[in-house]
Every structure is written in structure tokens, then in C-alpha cells.
Design a protein around this ligand. Structure first.
Ligand code: SME
Length: 159
């Protein structure tokens, strides 16, 4: 993985006006460029209803369009608002399966101006694939994407 080149490209992609399309292109890019990223997507935070709402993603369709806080890996990460790395999903009791091929998952919180606005979620078909450089890269990607996630939220929960 060439982390710097990936970040330069993602920063370039993020300079577009259309937040949804831009997040989609970033998901597509990460999935295409990084072999152990088999599903890449955003969940948007709805704190009033304590729900995560599926946003742009790249990979197989998922039935998990809305995830209550506390449920699954994503819901637990929404409660803790911390990164959650799961090397082996079969060892997790609180896990929502998106695909039977998934072996591992990493979730990064997305923060915008001090507010938890969503998550970046990556599934892998490889067991224990996520190293420190994945977490570093994805933390930066989450920061780059934060204004875009926030702007989509402003449209779906105006005021
Ligand atoms: N596995 C997640 C659900 C989302 S899908 O992976 C897209 C979870 O346990 O929260």
C-alpha cells in the first residue's frame, strides 16, 4: 500500500461539490486500490434516534440500512465513538453479518467540528488483515471525509 499516494488521491477526490458522489468515489477508490478492503462504506449518525444510516458504499449490497447504536460492530463503535478493529468477526457475539465472506472489520468514527457524524466501515475477506498503517490511513480518510458526511446529514436532518 502506498499510503501517501492514496491520501493525495483521496484529498484530490474530496475537492468536489457533490458530497454524496464524492464519498462514493472515495469508497470506490479504496475498495479498488487496497486488496484487503472488500466492502467500504459510510454510516451517517442520527443521534436523536440513536441510529446509523447507510450512506455511500462500494461492495455487495447490505441489508443493514439502519443500525441501532449498540448493535453490531458499527453500533458498538457509535456508542464508544472509538475506532474498533475486529481481526476475526467469528469471535464476536455482537456482530451483524453483511456477507458470509467477511472475516474481519474495521470501523473509524467520523468527527466534524467536535460532533460524531458517522463512521467509515471496512470489511475484509481476509482474517486479521488490518495493520497500524490501515488505521492511520483510514483515520486520515475519515477526517478528510468529515465535512462531506456532515453536509449529507444537513440535508437529511435539516435544522
Ligand atoms: N458488520 C457490521 C454491519 C455493517 S456491514 O458490515 C456493512 C456490524 O456488525 O455492525
Amino acid at each position: 500500500m502506498n499510503r501517501l499516494a492514496d491520501l493525495v488521491h483521496i484529498r484530490e477526490l474530496s475537492r468536489h461539490e457533490d458530497a454524496g458522489g464524492t464519498l462514493q468515489r472515495i469508497c470506490d477508490y479504496l475498495k479498488a486500490e487496497i486488496g484487503h478492503y472488500n466492502w467500504v462504506g459510510f454510516y451517517l449518525a442520527d443521534p436523536a434516534d440513536r441510529l446509523l444510516l447507510l450512506g455511500p458504499f462500494s461492495g455487495a449490497p447490505t441489508e443493514h440500512l439502519k443500525i441501532p447504536y449498540g448493535r453490531g460492530i458499527c453500533g458498538q463503535a457509535a456508542d464508544s465513538t472509538e475506532a474498533f478493529v475486529v481481526p476475526d468477526v467469528s469471535a464476536q457475539t455482537n456482530y451483524l453479518s453483511c456477507s458470509i465472506a467477511t472475516r474481519a472489520e474495521i470501523v473509524l468514527p467520523v468527527w466534524h467540528e467536535g460532533e460524531f457524524v458517522g463512521e467509515l466501515d471496512i470489511d475484509s475477506h481476509t482474517t486479521d488483515p488490518f495493520m497500524n498503517d490501515d488505521e492511520e490511513l483510514l483515520t486520515e480518510v475519515a477526517a478528510i471525509c468529515a465535512p462531506l458526511v456532515s453536509s449529507i446529514l444537513a440535508h437529511i436532518r435539516p435544522g
